[in-house]
Ligand binder design. Structure first.
Ligand SMILES: [Zn+2]
Length: 382
C-alpha cells in the first residue's frame, strides 16, 4: 500500500508539498509522471529515465493486455521485475482507451491533449450513441484491438484483475473517459456507469495495491462536482481527475478549481494525461500532486526540445549553425555533450540518437521543473 504525507502548504495557492510512500520507494510531490504505455519510455532505456530524475512511471493496462499480455508479465514476477525498474509504477485502467479507441477516434481527437473541436461545434454524443469501434455497456466495454481487430472485453473486474497481475504500486478504477462532444444527458448516464464501476472496483480490490478512483464529468460544473463528491466520498487511496477538461487552458484550470477542493485533503490527487511543461505551474497551484503526460517524450521524438528559452524546434534551419548547447541552463548528458547544430543535423537525418538525446533532455527538464516548483512551495513563494 501507499501512504501520503503533506509536508508544506502554500499560503498563496492550493499548492502543496508532499511525500507519497510506496513499496518501491518515496515520491516527492508535486511530481511529473512520464508515460511508459507498453512498459517502455520510448527512445531511451529505463536507466536513462532514472538518471533523468524520473520518480514514477505510468503504464497502460489495455496496451499491455494486448502485448505481451498480463500473464506473461505476471510470470516474470510483475512489471517491476519484468522491466528491471525498481522505482514506483502506476497502471492506467484502460478507461482512457474507451475514449481514444471510441469517440475520440471517430472525431479524430484524443491523440494529443489540446486538440479540441471549435467552440461552435454542437455536442453530438447523445444517450444511445455508440462509437464505431467500441461498444459501451453497463457491464463494461468491448474493444477491437487496433493491431489485429480481435475483440477484448474490459469491465471493472477485468481491468482490476489485469492490473493485479501487472503489479504496479498504484492502480486506477475502470472508468469511461468521455469525449469533448458529449451532451450533458449522455454524461449523466456515463457518470452513473463510471460511479457504479468505481464501487465495484472497491468491492473487488484486495488491498495490496493502492487503488485510485477517477473523477469524470467533462467540462460541466454540476457534473464535475457531482462526480468529485461521489468519488471523493469513497475509500480510495487517492484520486485521478480524468476526461475532457474543456477547450483551452482556462477551462482546464476551471475544472480543477471545481474538482480539487471537493476531494479529501489528506489523499493524493493525480491529473490524468495533462502536463505540457508550461502548464506545470498552474496545475500545481491548483492542488494537483502528480500528473502524467506524453508531450515531453512525444515532442522529443519529433525534434522539439523544452528549454529555459522556451520550445525549440530543431528542424528549424537556424539551429544548423548554432554551436550553443541545447539548453545552457541544463545539466543533463545531452546538454553537456551535444551542440544544437549537431542535434539539428541528427534530427534531420531522423537518427535514433537524436530521439534519445532529446528524450533524455526533455525528461530531465520536466523533472527539474517539478523540483523547482517543490522548492518554491517549500520557500512559500508559489
Ligand atoms: Zn538538457
Amino acid at each position: 500500500m501507499i501512504s501520503f504525507r503533506v509536508t508544506a502548504r502554500s499560503s498563496r495557492s492550493a499548492a502543496r508539498l508532499g511525500v507519497l510512500s510506496t513499496p518501491h520507494g518515496d515520491i516527492e510531490t508535486p511530481a511529473f509522471v512520464p508515460v511508459a504505455t507498453r512498459a517502455a519510455v520510448k527512445a531511451i532505456s529505463l536507466q536513462q529515465a532514472a538518471e533523468a530524475g524520473c520518480q514514477l512511471l505510468i503504464c497502460n493496462t489495455f496496451h499491455l493486455h494486448l502485448t505481451p499480455g498480463e500473464d506473461l508479465v505476471a510470470a516474470a514476477g510483475g512489471l517491476h521485475s519484468f522491466m528491471g525498474w525498481q522505482r514506483p509504477l502506476m497502471t492506467d485502467s484502460g478507461g482512457y482507451q474507451v475514449f481514444s479507441l471510441g469517440f475520440g477516434r471517430d472525431h479524430d481527437v484524443g491523440k494529443l491533449r489540446g486538440v479540441f473541436p471549435g467552440k461552435e461545434q454542437q455536442a453530438t454524443i447523445k444517450p444511445g450513441s455508440q462509437p464505431n469501434h467500441v461498444k459501451i455497456t453497463d457491464d463494461g466495454v468491448w474493444f477491437r484491438s487496433p493491431r489485429d481487430g480481435s475483440k477484448h472485453f474490459l469491465g471493472p473486474a477485468e481491468s482490476l484483475a489485469m492490473q493485479r497481475k501487472l503489479g504496479a504500486d498504484i492502480v486506477f478504477a475502470f472508468d469511461e473517459c468521455t469525449a469533448p462532444l458529449t451532451t450533458p444527458a449522455y454524461l449523466e448516464l456515463s457518470l452513473r456507469r463510471t460511479h457504479a464501476w468505481a464501487e465495484r472496483c472497491l468491492e473487488l480490490h484486495d488491498g495490496e495495491q493502492a487503488l485510485y478512483g477517477i473523477v469524470q464529468g467533462s467540462h460541466y460544473r454540476e457534473l464535475r462536482q457531482h462526480s468529485a463528491r461521489f468519488i471523493g466520498g469513497l475509500p480510495f487511496a487517492g484520486f485521478g481527475i480524468g476526461g475532457d477538461l474543456g477547450q483551452d487552458k482556462q477551462d482546464m484550470h476551471q475544472v480543477l478549481e471545481w474538482t480539487v477542493p471537493l476531494l479529501p485533503e489528506e489523499r493524493p490527487r493525480h491529473l490524468l494525461g495533462i502536463g505540457h511543461p508550461e502548464d506545470f505551474d498552474e496545475i500545481v497551484r491548483r492542488g494537483v500532486d502528480t500528473f502524467d503526460c506524453i508531450v515531453p517524450t512525444l515532442h522529443a521524438r519529433h525534434g522539439i526540445a523544452f528549454t529555459a528559452e522556451g520550445r525549440l524546434n530543431l528542424r528549424n534551419r537556424r539551429f544548423l549553425t548554432d554551436p550553443a548547447p541545447l539548453d545552457p541552463a541544463c545539466s543533463c548528458p545531452t546538454c553537456r555533450y551535444a551542440s544544437r547544430r549537431y542535434l539539428a543535423h541528427l534530427v534531420r537525418l531522423e537518427e535514433i540518437g537524436a530521439m534519445a538525446a532529446l528524450t533524455v533532455h526533455n525528461l530531465h527538464y520536466c523533472n527539474r521543473l517539478a523540483a523547482s516548483l517543490r522548492e518554491a512551495i517549500a520557500k512559500g513563494s508559489l
